[in-house]
Every structure is written in structure tokens, then in C-alpha cells.
Design a protein around this ligand. Sequence first.
Ligand code: ADP
Ligand code: XUL
Length: 558
Amino acid sequence: MEGASLPQDSYFLGFDSSTQSVKATVLDANFNIVTTEIVNFDSELPHYNTKDGVYRDPSVNGRIVSPTIMWVEALELVLNRLEKSKLDFGKIAAVSGSGQQHGSVYWKTGSSTILSSLDSKKKLVDQLSGAFSIKESPIWMDSSTTEQCTEIEKAVGGALELSKISGSRAYERFTGPQIRRIFETQPEAYSNTERISLVSSFMASLFTGRYACIDHTDAAGMNLMDIKERAWSKRVLEATAPGLEEKLGKLAPAHAVAGLIAPYFVERYHFDKNCLVIQWSGDNPNSLAGLTLNTPGDLAISLGTSDTLFGITSEHKPCLEGHVFPNPVDTKGYMVMLCYKNGSLTREDVRNRCADKSWDVFNTFLQQTKPLNGGKLGFYYKDHEIIPPLPVGFHRFVLENFNGNSLDGVKESEVVEFDSASEVRAIVEGQLLSMRGHAERFGMPSPPKRIIATGGASANTSILDSVASIFGCDVYKIQSSDSASMGAALRAAHGWLCNKKGSFVPISCMYADKLETTSLNLKLAVNAGDQELVSKYGLLMKKRLEIENRLVQKLGRM
Ligand code: ADP
Ligand code: XUL
């Protein structure tokens, strides 16, 4: 690509502002990791008193928030650590980042002036603590907006119609229903808000010193954007809250430049004054970029605080389960995704109760028990689940006469507990069987050509063994388990290149001929399981979905 290659001596910085931590990855121009950094909220910023990075409000059912200013303090700490590690900030050509999706930030009227006049001799946290009309940001784990979801769906002509417009039916954690709830319950704070940012565009705003646009991909997690037009949908805005368009600002493609880095960072950390800030996006979309996912048959599984499955597709089929977002690294096509709320924290809960709080003991139990778990099926919802929509609760069943060859004569009975080893296998198999079942129902490739695993728990090979056995395909990984900050750094480079070229260039042009020699290289972690076992798991999955449907009819929201 003549005249538009990356400057060889430069770096690209990517962040991941996630549920439990802020992470950073610095890539060089050959896409090798120069350095990484992480700040964990609970252990390193204990004065906020978060548990798993959040506050679970005991007085309002399903309300889960995080203190907005904590994210600022964590970002500052990460930057200070990068400085201590002697990172040459002057070499960074572009910065981008990931935000946990759906979370929202409410800027108080007048705060744009604070943002544009930050004093580099003072801490960010001290200057921004008064900038928010709502101090606790609703995040993706929140499920307090069922009423608002129903109202919005009704106003636009139903759940499927909303999915047709925005890429998803109304979901409790999506930003539109969250904004409506704030408008209804805190009208004064709503009217005293001049800008609403997503976590992604909030962080980008800090770096540019002015309100950054929301990017098209993360905007699709709001239930507010017309996904075909990539513009705010007037119909849904009206159904959500008054005066909303003005508070949301403009939309931008993910590869666009959000602005030059603000003087604050040039003066305080010695960034180059020409360093570009590329639009930040959601953590899952950036993971898609970091995993270099570009083949429709590939499926990514992210085992982080949430568990997600995602892939790419060329068409948008409206659906009542799962989400469609614009592809974050292409101007055409879509990203499809399923999201589970009970991911790592629920696995940790079982580890703590049954496996001496140790992943080693947890893994020993996985290895000691047999695949299919003797027909023991567990449903573990430590938090209100998204797929299926079920409240907090644990449900355990034993299938009688299950031999894996047929479901004839197989009956289930509910039990109160399993032995510790079976409980460990039941949570791992249960979560993965649910993923396989819902992915098939959603039209994701089955079996996938291959799975690319990422997120904190992808470090655990025993869990990846079960992924390979249940899905029946090879499982790959990249060097870093934080594909979100890695993808953000890669997108920073991509945005830099698009800007230099003056128009969009396909991201693969940057690395197509050298993928194997970079930190992006996909390495085989586990081979596909035995196919006979894969079909036995198929039967267990069918039974699991039957039981799940019954639980939803009895306890859930349809
Ligand atoms: P997020 O980015 O969503 O905040 P991460 O992707 O960093 O989350 O994942 C954090 C989670 O990874 C932790 O909650 C922890 O349970 C899980 N984790 C870390 N190491 C292991 C392991 N060896 N086995 C299973 N889970 C692990
Ligand atoms: C995606 C979702 C979660 C968050 C986690 O829809 O809610 O995966 O993005 O950070």
C-alpha cells in the first residue's frame, strides 16, 4: 500500500476499560507486544469499596453500577505505571481503547469546559470528580430496567421491530432502557446532563479533551441506532427520553479519528502532540479485531467477567435472542454476538465453594470426572441471566438412564446438590452446552471451523479441553488473553493508516503477509474432541434446552 504504511519506529497504545480492571497493551509497528499493564479496581483502588468492580444495590432489584470517577483514577494509574516502566510515550502514533459495552456516563451541564481546560499539574481524578450529573454509572450487569424495555418495545411496534431497527430487541443492560430509567427516576439529573457517553466514548473524551462521538459499533449496544443507516433512529429516541439526540452527540465509524491527543497528556506524559486518538469501541468488538476474525465459519468465545460468543456475517437477520452490531473493522457486514452474564464470577463462586478457592483443584476435579458428568446437568445463575432470561438461582438435575445414544426413556429428577467434583464439571459443561445450543439456534456456524478463545479463563487449558469436546472443533488462542486491549491497539494502528490514506483501508492489509510473526498469531491450544462424544454432547444439549425452556416458563421473562 504505497505511501501509507505504518511508521516503523512507532507504537500503538490500546486500553481496555472493563468490569474489573483497566488494562493497556502497547504494540510496535510489527504488531509485537512492547508492554502491558493492568490495574484491578477491588484490590488496587480499595477506597471505592467495589466487589468485582461494581456495586450491587441491595435496595433496588437488579441495580448494578460502578463509580464513574474510579475509571478515571484507574486510567491515571495505568498511565503512571507505563511511565515508570520507561515507555517512550513520544513514540506512540495513535491511541484507542475498549469500553465494557452498554455502560453510560452522564456529564453535568458545563463539564465540557472542565474537559477542555485540564491542568497538567493536577491529577485527572481531582479535576473531574465534580463533572458528572450521575456519579454511579449503570453498567452491563444491571437488570433493573425490565419495565423500560417493555415500554420501548411497545412504542416502536414490538420486540422484533426494535431488533429490525437497532440490531437487538430491548435488553435491560442496553443504554436506551438505562437512559429512560434515569429520565423517569431522576428527572433533574437527566435535565442537568449535557452529554451522555458510553464507557468507550467517555474514555476517548478524556484523551481528546472534548466530547468524543460514539462509534457505530458500540452504538448498536444502545437500542437507539438504526443499524442499516448507522444513524440515530428518531422513532426509538422518541420512545426513550425527550431531548436525547442533543445529549448523545454525533456518531462516527470505529476507524475514524476522534481528535488529536489533548495538551494535558502531551505536557504530563510527553505524548507527541500529533498523536491521534482513534474512536474507542466496545470490548467485544475490539476483541473481534484483536483475534483477527475475518472468516464467517470462525467463532470466538470470550471467557471474561461475561462469557460471549461472536463471529462475523454479511447479513442482518432480525432476531429475538442475541445481537447484531456493525463490523468494527469493516465498513460492510456485521458482527453477531451472544452474551452471558454468569461467566467467570459464577465459575469463581463454584471454585470457592467446592475447590478450595483454587483453579488447580478446580482443574483436578475436571480431570477426575468423566465427560457428560454421568447425566448431571446444572444451571448456575449467581446474577440474573441474559440467556435465558432467568433470575438468580441454582438448579440441578440428574438424567436417569442417560447413555448418550438416545433420549428415549431418559427422565430427569431435580436434586439439591452434587458432590464437589461433579459440581465443577456441571458448571463448565452447563455453560458450554448452553453456548452451543444457543449458538446453533442463532444460526452461528455448527460445528464452527474453529474456535478462538480469549478472556481471563482462556488461560485455563482444562476448560478449553471441554470447549473442544463440546463444540467438536480445534481451539486456538493468541498470545495475550486480553484481546480487547490488543484489538484496541491494532485498531489504533488501523485508524492511523486510514487517516494517512485519506479513506478506509481493509485492516487485513496491515498484517496479511506477516500474521505468523506477530503477537496476533493464532496458536492451536487444543485439538477437536472425539466426534462420538460430540454427538453425545449434542443429545445432552437438546435435553438441557428442554429443561431450560421449562425453567423460563416457570420463572423467567419471555
Ligand atoms: P474482564 O476483562 O471482563 O474484566 P477478564 O477477561 O480479565 O475480565 O477475566 C477475568 C476473570 O478471569 C476472573 O474473574 C477470573 O475468574 C478468570 N480467570 C483468571 N484466571 C483463570 C483460570 N486459570 N481459570 C479460570 N478462570 C480464570
Ligand atoms: C456485551 C456485554 C458484556 C460487556 C462486558 O453485550 O454486556 O460482554 O461488554 O464488558
